[in-house]
Design a protein around this ligand. Structure first.
Ligand code: DX5
Ligand code: ZN
Length: 239
């Protein structure tokens, strides 16, 4: 069964926003019509940078109804799952490189009633997730090495997105299921690279610095939606 008309979603990363005015920055994301808020959790160990943790996620939860897409770039995520679940996240995304018992980790997230996702660093092969597709709502293909906002999109990742799309379609056919597994891209997404990623099969675009550096963030998002809509190769539905 081929997956058709999968919806395009935009998830805004607050990593490079003005943290002194976090409430206002989140309002900006809401008013721009984004579908999700992407929360980059960094521990200074799995990645060189340190960002924020569950107390901040809890405050964000109290202040927005946006879907909270939580990207854990931390060592030993199993140890911290409980606090992120309690903080009010809607989805927990763990890195395959840090989960020796990925099946168990994903089951714990599912059991708590949250959406599940796995991230793959640029050099991590797709075979890491082949045996857990049934437990996944989303796969994140990192299009930069995680750690910092404002990096350059790694073009070679478009092939990886295409392969992942094929792997998901094969899984759906083989298991005769309609299960949707969304493909998210994160790192260096702007109005040009969005098209490359969507044409390869990604349907959730994480956008950080391009959004916050733009003079008119709402217009920036709507232009990306328009560009993708006018592109015949795009496999996503713009709603
Ligand atoms: C990278 C993070 C990102 C990223 C997004 O480690 O996961 O979410 O900072 O920001 P831009 O769009 O600036 O690459
Ligand atoms: Zn991220």
């Amino acid at each position: 069964m081929l997956e058709k008309n999968i919806k395009l979603k935009i998830s805004i990363s607050i990593l490079n926003c003005d943290f002194l005015n976090l409430g206002k920055e989140i309002k900006k994301v809401e008013e721009a019509g984004a579908d999700m808020l992407h929360l980059d959790i960094m521990d200074g160990s799995f990645v060189p940078n340190i960002s924020f943790g569950p107390p901040v996620v809890r405050c964000i939860r109290k202040n927005t109804k946006l879907f909270l897409d939580t990207h854990l770039m931390i060592k030993n995520p199993d140890k911290h799952l409980g606090s992120f679940i309690e903080s009010g996240a809607d989805l927990i995304n763990v890195h395959a490189e840090e989960c020796p018992h990925l099946d168990m980790t994903l089951n714990s997230i599912k059991k708590a009633g949250l959406k599940t996702a796995v991230s793959l660093n640029p050099s991590t092969p797709l075979c890491c997730i082949e045996n857990v597709l049934g437990l996944l709502d989303m796969v994140l293909i990192m299009t930069v090495n995680p750690g910092f906002g404002g990096q350059k999109f790694i073009c070679e990742m478009t092939d990886k997105i295409r392969k992942l799309k094929g792997m998901i379609e094969k899984y759906r056919r083989f298991n005769n299921t309609n299960k949707t597994i969304e493909i998210q891209v994160d790192g260096g997404i702007n109005n040009k690279t969005a098209l490359l990623a969507a044409n390869a099969g990604a349907n959730i675009l994480v956008i950080g610095s391009a959004f916050f550096n733009s003079e008119n963030p709402a217009e920036y998002i709507s232009n990306i939606r328009k560009t993708l809509m006018n592109n015949s190769k795009s496999k996503v539905r713009i709603v």
